[in-house]
Design a protein around this ligand. Structure first.
Ligand code: 5GP
Ligand code: ZN
Length: 115
């Protein structure tokens, strides 16, 4: 997707602080962090949101994303204290970037329910 900012980050046309990358996944620090650790994990392939996932994505893309999150949790030292993983979907979910992403948030105590 030409104009998608997360596709541009995945193609390295926009700079970001990358903390993990493999063939299918890239993870980078959020430009406006809401927690001491705030990382976005995205598939390199453009998928708009959770709504657009297809059956094949549950076989490779989604496991790859969660394996990446598991690695990041260890890399960032979040395992013991805990953390939150969130994917906002659509208008009511508060999604502002139309490229599937999972927020990994840690380093402070989270509130529930979210606003
Ligand atoms: P959403 O609101 O869609 O769940 O999350 C989008 C996230 O992307 C927000 O937390 C926002 O700060 C982050 N973001 C938006 N544009 C950029 C960017 O150009 N670079 C980085 N690193 N993060 C971005
Ligand atoms: Zn995209």
């Amino acid at each position: 997707m030409d104009q998608c900012i997360f596709c541009k980050i995945a193609r390295k046309e926009l700079s970001s602080e990358i903390v993990f990358e493999n063939e299918k996944i890239i993870a980078f620090r959020d430009v406006a962090p809401v927690a001491p650790t705030h990382i976005l994990v995205i598939p390199k392939e453009h998928v708009e949101s959770l709504n657009e996932l297809e059956e094949k994505d549950y076989e490779s893309m989604i496991p790859e994303i969660f394996l990446c999150i598991q690695e990041l949790v260890t890399q960032q030292g979040l395992k013991e204290e805990g953390y939150r993983v969130v994917s906002n979907c659509g208008q009511n979910g508060g999604q502002t970037v139309g490229h599937l992403h999972f927020h990994l948030l840690g380093g402070r105590s989270m509130q529930w329910p979210p606003g």
